[in-house]
Write a protein that binds this ligand. Sequence first.
Ligand SMILES: [Zn+2]
Length: 323
Amino acid sequence: MVAGIVCLLASCAKKPVKETRPAFCADSAYSYIEKQMAFGPRVPNSAAHMQCAVWLIEQLRACGATVELQKGQLPDYRNNPQQIFNIIGHFSTPETAGRPRILLTAHYDTRPWCDEEEQYEDRQYNVPGANDGASGVGVLLEVARQLGNKIADSTFKTPVDIVFFDCEDMGTPQFYTGQERENTWCLGSQLWAANYANIQSAGGNLAQQYQYGILLDMVGAPDAFFPKEMYSTQYASNYQQQIWRAAEQLGYGAMFSNQQCYPITDDHYYVNAVAGIPCVDIIHYDVRNATGFPSWWHTRQDDMENICPTTLQAVGEVVMSQL
Ligand SMILES: [Zn+2]
């Protein structure tokens, strides 16, 4: 099933300069995004969210991963317990099992409210989440498929964990007038990072040491712009430089800008600050907009119209160049 995806859209991806490029198929990533969208918004506690979670587990297994479901709960912005289901796919071979791993992450939940909509009545809708959620997951599912190929043809070198975080986008809505709680965003990564820190402080698990991590968030827009995010610079400067240099060498220097941007509260913050794993955020952020985020961010316009295979190809190749 997974291996049979045909590259129909490859012709619209501009082919940049370098001769040998990392294997990655944007059409396949695009189809993984479409599939997530077909479930409907993946809002936590909804049927679509659960169906998507089951499908993600199946996809990772089909690519050769050992899959773990991490369950837990944390308080939401109103202090109600929120169920969390993180999905973790471990990729390794007997030869690579002891080596430090690379962590690849994205969030698979979508925001329950379009609270950046101008009209009050539009704010009650769920964010469709083509970019904010599905794009990062779509790219990583295609990375998973490529890892499966590498295992099959014995070119697999670095063990990888792909983690799909839950409940990233449950942060306090703009329209909430009650008392503001801290740390209401990124609940899935908070759970994962606290659990990891506990294991490490209890002596650690050598089979679970990471070199570093990469977080993908909103990586599919036609006009994607990835400046160097500040927490990534603060905690994982070497790896950020390494990734941005790889992007430049692949011909994606305009998209992966050397411009520095503000720190952004995203899943990588907890991976860095709580788990202690250097982690770099690749996130669409543009200082030309008032919010810093694209105009479709947290609105009903975050749909397939704003997903472009050329961007997926760029991000996918950059990630694959690290593996
Ligand atoms: Zn969001």
